[in-house]
Design a binder for this molecule. Structure first.
Ligand code: FEO
Length: 408
């Protein structure tokens, strides 16, 4: 007999309850990605002969989280906490849970246990259940098994699969930023917001690990899935096929839409002026999605996410101390680190007496072999003259030609 629900807990089905929490307080995920729309730490309680919790929450949300557990089960013991992933947004609850539930056993793979110990969690052997790929944890009615997901996005990452109800607890995979303010399931909300926040999550957090994501998608392709319960954001039960297809494209760094992202760094407005010319001409050619970012203003996590979406990228920079503009460099560095590919690339920039910005973007283009450079880099001095305007229009037209040709 369980206590009447007082906190916001949501049934996934008769035995499985979402006991996750909304975090609207934390400013930045991993201390660098803005959480303008908040984030959830999803956790799931399975009520069976053995009581099991799948994933915890971030330490600062423990009060709310532990209150939910108590509201659901009162003083009943918890038998297992499954740790699909050790990153502290999910494992921040473990120390408290070990204190509150003296019988609880921590379930994870060998790397999970090693990493929890690295985070200072005291784990005597009698409190550990080490699992391997496809081992089965029998809760009574529910039989759980495990799929290792190395580098999606840590070495110990794994998914838990409920063989009884065909539910995949996928941890970070298929997760998104954004709090759950109304519905919890994908068929209860307008998913546009979560689609964008899922891509921002994927591109920034998981985006480097396309090969491991492909391996996991292959592994799961023969698994029947009725519901995907990630550790962040919406629970997917209606659009499972669609989000798996989206993940497949992202894993291969394939764009999902025609369009051009223009990102520039500009001190006095000349490079910005060049971006305006490019954008307007692309619009004249019927390219409907043209998105221009000032790298000084928009957080790079949003720029990164938009780059993941569109086929074409045009990068521009003024010169700064014989180098690229300082707000452009981190973006290029991250794109190099993630190995961006399958994109058309245009290059432009500005200088007053000696360059540096365009030179650095050309180096970037040469480093990433999966980019197809369109036209020649355009570097001008100062304001845009009519002749230079024509050169920019030509570059925009070359880019538009590429995109339009791809429609066939
Ligand atoms: Fe949601 Fe990799 O932590």
């Amino acid at each position: 007999v369980y206590k009447r629900q007082m906190y916001c807990c949501t049934k996934i089905n008769n035995d499985i309850i979402w006991i996750g929490v909304n975090d609207r307080k934390t400013e930045r995920f991993e201390n660098y990605i803005p959480l303008d729309n908040g984030v959830t730490y999803n956790s799931y309680l399975i009520l069976d002969e053995k009581i099991c919790i799948i994933d915890g929450v971030e330490e600062g949300e423990n009060g709310n989280f532990l209150g939910k557990i108590e509201a659901m089960i009162g003083t009943a013991p918890v038998d297992y906490i499954i740790v699909n992933h050790v990153e502290p947004d999910h494992s921040g609850s473990i120390k408290n849970m070990l204190k509150i539930y003296p019988e609880i056993k921590v379930v994870g793979n060998a790397k999970t246990i090693m990493m929890l110990k690295l985070l200072g969690v005291d784990l005597p052997d009698e409190r550990i259940v080490v699992v391997k790929e496809k081992d089965v944890l029998d809760l009574g009615k529910h039989k759980l098994t495990f799929y290792l997901m190395p580098m999606v996005h840590w070495p110990e990452s794994m998914a838990t699969y409920d063989m009884t109800d065909k539910i995949l607890f996928s941890n970070d995979a298929f997760g998104s930023f954004g709090t759950l303010d109304g519905g919890v399931f994908d068929d209860e909300v307008n998913t546009d917001f979560f689609t964008d926040e899922m891509r921002r999550y994927y591109s920034n957090i998981v985006g480097k690990f396309g090969a491991p994501v492909n391996a996991v998608l292959k592994k799961l392709s023969s698994v029947e899935i009725s519901c995907i319960c990630p550790s962040h954001g919406l629970i997917w039960r209606k659009y499972i096929k669609e989000i798996i297809e989206r993940y497949q494209k992202w894993a291969n760094m394939e764009p999902t839409k025609e369009g051009v992202v223009i990102v520039y760094g500009s001190m006095y407005g000349h490079t910005a002026e060049m971006a305006e010319v490019l954008g307007r001409e692309l619009g004249n050619r019927g390219i409907k999605d043209v998105i221009i970012y000032d790298s000084s203003k928009t957080d790079h996590s949003y720029i990164f996410s938009t780059i993941w979406k569109y086929k074409a990228l045009i990068l521009g920079s003024c010169a700064h101390n014989n180098d690229i503009y300082p707000k452009m460099e981190p973006l290029l560095h991250k794109l190099e680190n993630y190995g961006l590919k399958n994109r058309y690339l245009g290059i432009f920039g500005n200088m007053m007496w000696s360059g540096g910005g365009v030179k650095r973007i050309k180096e970037f283009a040469d480093t990433l072999t999966g980019l197809e450079q369109v036209g020649e880099p355009i570097e001008i001095k100062g304001h845009v003259t009519p002749a230079e305007r024509d050169r920019l229009i030509e570059l925009a037209n070359l880019m538009a030609d590429k995109l339009i040709a791809d429609r066939k």
